[in-house]
Design a protein around this ligand. Structure first.
Ligand SMILES: Cc1cc2nc3c(=O)[nH]c(=O)nc-3n(C[C@H](O)[C@H](O)[C@H](O)COP(=O)(O)OP(=O)(O)OC[C@H]3O[C@@H](n4cnc5c(N)ncnc54)[C@H](O)[C@@H]3O)c2cc1C
Length: 289
């Protein structure tokens, strides 16, 4: 459980950070808040020779609304930045709530959004709600930048499409027609627990009809996954208790849970059913978008 030796470098600019990643190649890893990275190093899962810190890239900590683009969240924004952001509290309370229910206050003060996405554990709390809201991400490297849907980032547990010399710089929540969104997680303790299952939903309600819906399942598949069959079933239908209950059943069927120390696959599947129903009802009735 001792930290192996490593060198530490905190570049002053994004360009220098990308150049350093290029120069040091696979010997180097990015360090944001370190809440995952340091634990992985102590556990012997990774042993970078050099950690390249994003600490001085203060521009990457901003959360701002850009007209015509949407809400831009810098990758270095901490979980407590999300909790306390007036913009998110006003436009997407579901994101602030998801961050509020993560970890402890100490971890929320240093853990970052970018780290939560790039670490790519299936139980991470932020990917489901950001995916449900249609978030895009920007990856920057020495050869340029690329933008993609957040849902295309993940390729497996702790695996993403990010190249070793690329940095996630920002997450954008596009302006949208959604009328409500929600994220509900089930953990084994009331607070500070990792998700056994987490369900995020964004809905557009017109009168009594669900005209658009996105459902993302967390912790019940190798990556966060859209419950597309449940979405297709709901789209364009008149809202009723029976409809929402059936959507839960469909989402549970399409989830791909595993059994582990926090719950069996069967248990997780039933949690998907129950929490999809609850998240849909919350987004429909209490949406803040
Ligand atoms: C006690 C405890 C409780 C926790 N509880 C929860 C919880 O309830 N819910 C939850 O979702 N998570 C939880 N976590 C996990 C963790 O806090 C989060 O995943 C956190 O957001 C990681 O961010 P970080 O800034 O600390 O990342 P780091 O540890 O610095 O980095 C994580 C990984 O992402 C890479 N990385 C970081 N930023 C970037 C970037 N901008 N571009 C490219 N690569 C990057 C790093 O190289 C590393 O591989 C918990 C952790 C602890 C220790």
């Amino acid at each position: 459980m001792f930290l192996p030796d490593f060198d530490y470098y905190a570049p002053d600019s994004l360009a220098e950070t990308c150049e350093a990643l290029d120069r040091f190649g696979s010997k180097a890893k990015v360090l944001a808040g370190g809440t995952d990275m340091i634990a992985k190093m102590k556990g012997g899962l990774v042993a970078p020779e050099i950690l390249i810190s994003l600490k001085k890239l203060v521009d990457l900590q901003k959360i701002e609304y850009v007209a015509g683009k949407g809400v831009v969240i810098g990758a270095r924004a901490t979980h407590n930045d999300l909790v306390n952001s007036p913009i998110l509290n006003d436009k997407y309370l579901s994101i602030s709530e998801a961050a509020h229910h993560m970890a402890s206050n100490q971890i929320r003060n240093i853990g970052t959004v970018g780290g939560n996405l790039c670490n790519a554990v299936p139980s991470a709390d932020l990917p489901p709600i950001l995916i449900a809201l249609g978030a895009t991400i920007k990856l920057v490297g020495t050869k340029g930048e690329r933008t993609m849907l957040l849902e295309d980032l993940f390729t497996g547990p702790m695996k993403t499409v990010i190249a070793h010399n690329e940095i996630l710089t920002e997450i954008v929540i596009p302006d949208q027609a959604s009328t409500g969104s929600s994220y509900i997680k089930f953990g084994l303790r009331r607070s500070g627990a990792l998700a056994v299952v987490g369900i995020a939903v964004a809905v557009t309600v017109n009168g009594d009809t669900l005209t658009e819906v996105k459902i993302t399942i967390g912790a019940a598949a190798p990556t966060p996954m859209r419950a597309r069959e449940a979405e297709d079933f709901l789209r364009g239908k008149v809202i009723s208790d029976e409809l929402i209950a059936e959507a839960g059943v469909i989402a549970a069927k399409e989830s791909k849970p595993i059994s582990d120390i926090r719950g069996s696959a069967e248990y997780r599947r039933d949690l998907v059913r129950v929490f999809t129903k609850r998240a849909l009802n919350k987004a429909i009735k209490e949406g803040h978008v």
